[in-house]
Design a protein around this ligand. Structure first.
Ligand code: M6R
Length: 614
C-alpha cells in the first residue's frame, strides 16, 4: 500500500507530485508529504497527517519550489498515522530524504544497531530506520548515494519500493524496488517515478518498470541507469501505456465506485472484444491457446487470490469443473503461501488479482513457480507485478479501478473465467457444441444484459434508505450465486461498516438461522437455476421466523415474490453467467447504504486499494 511519486526535470516538482499523489490516494490516505531540493541545494520536507488535500493546505504560503522532489501518501503499517510518521523521512544529518512503500521486517535489529552508533529516531516507522542506514553506510564507506543504497538494501529483509534524494544534488533521484511496484515515466528531458504508472499518465505514456532487486539512477538530462543489487547492468526497456486521463476521473459521478458500477457494460465490451467473435462465436484467448498442451494435461487447477478476486475464483471453480472436468481448488493466497501445500508440476496455478500487486498473491505465484507448476494470471493492471511473474495469462481489460470496493474487476474476472472454461472445455471435448455456442452468445450479450441490470439503481436506492438502520445483514445464495452472496456481503462491510455474512443458503439450518429476527435482513439471490426450488424453501424458512427478505430474482418471477418482502428484478442469462448480473443490484445496495450513512465510499476507513504488504 502507500503511493510514491518522484520527479526530476524542468517543471515545479511539487505540482507534479501533488497531482500524482491525488491519483495514488487509493493506495493509502492517512498522511501525505513531499520533499524538494530548492535550486540552491537546500532540502526541505513538508508533511502532515491527513489526505493530499490537507497537504496542499499545509503547503500554502510555504516555499516548496524546486525541480526535483519525491512525495508519498501513506497507509500506516509501522506507527500510527501522525505528522512524525508521515513520509518523506529525513536522515539524522538532514542530508537524505526517503519515501518508502513496503515493510522492512528486520527494522528493529537495524534500528538497535544504529542506536549503538548514536542514531536517534523521530518516528516509529521502519522507513526512518532505512534512511538512516543509508546515511550510515554512505558516511562509513565514503561512497556515492547509489552505492550506499545498494549496500544498505543488501542488509534489509522485507519488501520495498523506495526513492531517495540528497541535499545539494539537484539532478538525481535513486530508486529501488523489491516486491513493491515502481514505474519510471520517461519524458522529454524529465523523469517521473510512481507506484502506479497510471498516476502520471497525464505527463507521459512511456514507462520503464523496475524489476525486483533493481536500483535506478534517475538523473536529469542523462539516460536512465538501472542495475541489480549485485551491481550488474540491467537493460532499460521502455513500454507504452495506453490510457486516457478520462479513465482516471469521476466523469460526473459522485464517487469512483458509482462510476465503475455504471461503466460495466463498456468495461465488459472491452473485456470480450476480440475474444468472443460475433457471428462465429469462437472463443480466442491467446494465453490459453498458446499453452493448450498444458491446459489439456492439467491434473488440477488451483486458484490463488484475495478478497473479491477470491470470490470470483470460487465462480471460476464452478465454471471449470462443470465445463472442463478438471478438479479445482480455490485458496486464499495468504493461507496457501504459508501452508506448504502439495503442488504438482502438472498443476496449473491461476493467480487472480485486479491490481496485480497483492503481496500474498504475488508470493503464492513465486511459490507455485518454484514447485514447477504452470502459473497463469488473470489481472487488470497491465505491466503490474503478477502478470510479469506468471508464465502466461489473460488481462481482464476493464480499465483503472479506483474505488477501493472492487466492482467492475469482479465482473471482468468472472467473464474471463467463463471464456477460459468454454475454450478449455471445447478443446477437451467436455462440453457439447450447442452449450458452447449458447454460453458464447450469452457472453456477447453480457454488456446489454448488464445495461438492463443497471436500471435497478433507483429501486435499490430506495430499498437502501429503508435498510440503513440495520446493524447486520445475511446474504444467501447457492451454486454459482453463493460466491455472489459472499461478494455482496463484502461490499456492504467494507464501505458501510455494517456487519454482513455471506452463506450458502442451505447452511442456514446448521446454525446461522438462530440469528434471524425482525432486525436481521436477509438478501437472497434466487435466480432460476438448478437450486432455485431449494433456495425458495430456504427463503420460506427465514420468513417463518420473522426475518425480512430482499430477494434478487429474474424478470417475471412470481414464486419468490410471494415470500420475499422486496424483490429486485434483474434480466436473466445462462446460469453460469448469472453472478455477473445478480451482483449489480448488490453493488448498488452497498453503495447507497454507505452514502446514506455518510461513509467515504471511495476511501473507506482502514483500507487501501492495493494490499502490497502481508
Ligand atoms: O488487487 P487484488 O484483486 O489482488 O485485491 C484483492 C483484495 O484486496 C480486493 O479484492 C479487496 O478485497 C477489495 N477491496 C474488495 O472490494
Amino acid at each position: 500500500m502507500c503511493g510514491i511519486v518522484g520527479y526530476v526535470g524542468g517543471r515545479e516538482a511539487a505540482n507534479v507530485i501533488i497531482s500524482g499523489l491525488h491519483r495514488l490516494e487509493y493506495r493509502g490516505y492517512d498522511s501525505a508529504g513531499l520533499a524538494v531540493i530548492h535550486p540552491d541545494g537546500v532540502l526541505d520536507v513538508f508533511k502532515c497527517k491527513g489526505k493530499v488535500d490537507d497537504l496542499e493546505r499545509f503547503l500554502q504560503g510555504k516555499n516548496a519550489g524546486g525541480t526535483i522532489g519525491i512525495g508519498h501518501t501513506r497507509w500506516a503499517t509501522h506507527g500510527e498515522p501522525s505528522d512524525a510518521n508521515a513520509h518523506p523521512h529525513l536522515s539524522r544529518s538532514g542530508d537524505l530524504a526517503l519515501i518508502h512503500n513496503g515493510i522492512i521486517e528486520n527494522y528493529r535489529v537495524l534500528r538497535d544497531a544504529l542506536r549503538t552508533q548514536g542514531f536517534t529516531f523521530r518516528s516509529s516507522t521502519d522507513s526512518e530506520v532505512l534512511v538512516n542506514l543509508i546515511e550510515y553506510v554512505r558516511d562509513e564507506h565514503r561512497c556515492s548515494l547509489e552505492e550506499a543504497v545498494r549496500e544498505a538494501l543488501s542488509q534489509v529483509v522485507g519488501a520495498y519500493a523506495i526513492a531517495v534524494i540528497e541535499r545539494g544534488d539537484t539532478s538525481r533521484i535513486i530508486a529501488a524496488r523489491k516486491s513493491s511496484p515502481m514505474a519510471i515515466g520517461v519524458g522529454d528531458g524529465e523523469y517521473f517515478l510512481s507506484s502506479d504508472a497510471a498516476s502520471i499518465i497525464g505527463f507521459t505514456q512511456d514507462f520503464v518498470y523496475l524489476n525486483d532487486g533493481e536500483i535506478a539512477v534517475i538523473e536529469r538530462g542523462k539516460p536512465l541507469h538501472i542495475m541489480t543489487l549485485d551491481g550488474a547492468e540491467s537493460p532499460v526497456a521502455i513500454q507504452k501505456l495506453r490510457l486516457s486521463i478520462s479513465q482516471l476521473e469521476k466523469g460526473g459521478f459522485d464517487h469512483f465506485m458509482l462510476k465503475e458500477i455504471h461503466e460495466q457494460p463498456e468495461t465488459l465490451e472491452d473485456c470480450i472484444r476480440g475474444r468472443v467473435i460475433p457471428g462465429t462465436r469462437e472463443v480466442i484467448l491467446s494465453g490459453v491457446l498458446d499453452n493448450k498442451e498444458r491446459f489439456l494435461a492439467a491434473r488440477r487447477i488451483i486458484f490463488v487470490a484475495c478478497g473479491t478476486s477470491w470470490h470470483a475464483s470460487l465462480i471460476g471453480e464452478h465454471l471449470i469443473e462443470s465445463m472442463c472436468r478438471i478438479p479445482v481448488e480455490v485458496e486464499y493466497a495468504s493461507e496457501f503461501r504459508y501452508r506448504d501445500p502439495v503442488i504438482y508440476p502438472d498443476d496449473i496455478v491461476i493467480a487472480v488479482s485486479q491490481s496485480g500487486e497483492t503481496a500474498d498473491t504475488l508470493a503464492a505465484v513465486g511459490m507455485a513457480r518454484k514447485a514447477g507448476a504452470f502459473v497463469y494470471g488473470i489481472c487488470n493492471v497491465v505491466g503490474s507485478s503478477i502478470p510479469r511473474a506468471t508464465h502466461s495469462g489473460t488481462y481482464i481489460h476493464v480499465g483503472p479501478e479506483i474505488g477501493v470496493a472492487s466492482t467492475k474487476a469482479f465482473t471482468g474476472q468472472v467473464t474471463v473465467m467463463a471464456m477460459m472454461a468454454l475454450l478449455i472445455g471445447r478443446l477437451k471435448g467436455t462440453i457439447d457444441e450447442g452449450y458452447y455456442h449458447r454460453v458464447a452468445q450469452a457472453i456477447l450479450e453480457l454488456p446489454a444484459t448488464i445495461r438492463e441490470a443497471l436500471k435497478t439503481a433507483p429501486e435499490v436506492a430506495s430499498l437502501a434508505r429503508m435498510f440503513t438502520y440495520a446493524h447486520n445483514f445475511i446474504y444467501l445464495g447457492r451454486g454459482y450465486n453463493y460466491p455472489t452472496a459472499l461478494e455482496g456481503a463484502l461490499k456492504l462491510k467494507e464501505i458501510s461498516y455494517i456487519h454482513a455474512e455471506g452463506l450458502p443458503a442451505a447452511e442456514m439450518k446448521h446454525g446461522p438461522i438462530a440469528l434471524i429476527d425482525a432486525e436481521m435482513p436477509t438478501v437472497a439471490i434466487a435466480t432460476p437455476d438448478s437450486t432455485y426450488e431449494k433456495t425458495l424453501s430456504n427463503i420460506e424458512e427465514i420468513k417463518a421466523r420473522g426475518g425480512k427478505i430482499i430477494a434478487v430474482v429474474c424478470k417475471g418471477d412470481d414464486l419468490v415474490r410471494r415470500s420475499a418482502d422486496y424483490c429486485i428484478e434483474v434480466p436473466s442469462t445462462v446460469e453460469c453467467l448469472m453472478p455477473v448480473v445478480s451482483i449489480v443490484p448488490l453493488q448498488f445496495l452497498s453503495y447507497y447504504i454507505a452514502t446514506y450513512k455518510g461513509r467515504n465510499v471511495d476511501q473507506p476507513r482502514n483500507l487501501a486499494k492495493s494490499v502490497t504488504v502481508e
